[in-house]
Design a binder for this molecule. Sequence first.
Ligand code: ZN
Length: 65
Amino acid sequence: MPTTPANEIPIEEPRVDVPKVRRCLRCEVTFHSQWAGERICPRCKSSNTWRNGSPLGSGASGAGN
Ligand SMILES: [Zn+2]
């Protein structure tokens, strides 16, 4: 009997990256985030300070280069 049904396809992206309006964690300004993990507005991103105090930490999964 078949051991691997067609429905058992592993999903690589559990989180749906949908652009939506979010609130910046730094300045609390509403902006259009390009993906689910985007929580810092482009304005704050421009400055490198957000990286130091980033609440997200180093949880970003690299693309295994
Ligand atoms: Zn901001």
